[in-house]
Design a protein around this ligand. Sequence first.
Ligand SMILES: NC(=O)c1ccc[n+]([C@@H]2O[C@H](COP(=O)([O-])OP(=O)(O)OC[C@H]3O[C@@H](n4cnc5c(N)ncnc54)[C@H](OP(=O)(O)O)[C@@H]3O)[C@@H](O)[C@H]2O)c1
Length: 204
Amino acid sequence: MAASPARAYAPYSIAGQVVLITGASAGIGEACAWRFAAEGCKLVLVARRQGRLEALKAALQQHYSVAVHTVCMDVRDLPAIERLPQELPPEFQAYAGGAGYCPSKHAVEAFANAARHDLVGTNIRVTSIQPGAVKTEFSVVRFKGDEARADAVYEGFQPLSADDIADNVLYAATRPLHVQVASMLVFASYQSSAKGFARVLKNQ
Ligand SMILES: NC(=O)c1ccc[n+]([C@@H]2O[C@H](COP(=O)([O-])OP(=O)(O)OC[C@H]3O[C@@H](n4cnc5c(N)ncnc54)[C@H](OP(=O)(O)O)[C@@H]3O)[C@@H](O)[C@H]2O)c1
């Protein structure tokens, strides 16, 4: 039997769409900003450090001709979150979804599952991405600036990068509209659980 030719699979084009990214001033959020800018999306970047957001906006606009709007906001400020959709400039008006920050990853997963139930039958897809060990400012912030302690988290194995997770986010967003990636659990290769690591590269 003759081999069948490779069949084309058309991803969903997100060019020109509005993408709201929380935690955009560093780490995974910043990496997502770069990937979605490369796709030609209009970006709404949210974080507390306005200076970082403005520097990122300038860098993105230097590389890509995309519209970028920055919002200096603490995501724990619920009234500010409720006001945000109305306060966006007209060209950035969109359904404002996006991630919240929450002490419990189980709560995030429960929220995503509940949102998926509530939104079933609409054109809104809900994806929960659960990263393993990603080397960002996350550990430095967690250990209050103690860089040595933060570095020790990633000792002996190659951690994920923010770009790896941005790639997962972009993958989920660009599936054809009938495909909903509900959940992705992504570990570093030498990681088997939240705390399970093979630190075999330690002395190499
Ligand atoms: N890194 C990992 O290993 C890992 C693993 C699993 C899950 N995660 C989750 O992935 C998300 C991003 O982590 P990351 O590694 O990219 O961390 P990161 O490098 O520390 O970046 C965190 C981002 O969130 C912003 N942020 C923090 N608190 C905020 C608040 N109250 N209001 C608004 N913005 C706030 C920070 O900016 P400002 O300080 O400017 O506000 C920054 O842009 C977090 O929810 C984290 O729990 C990370």
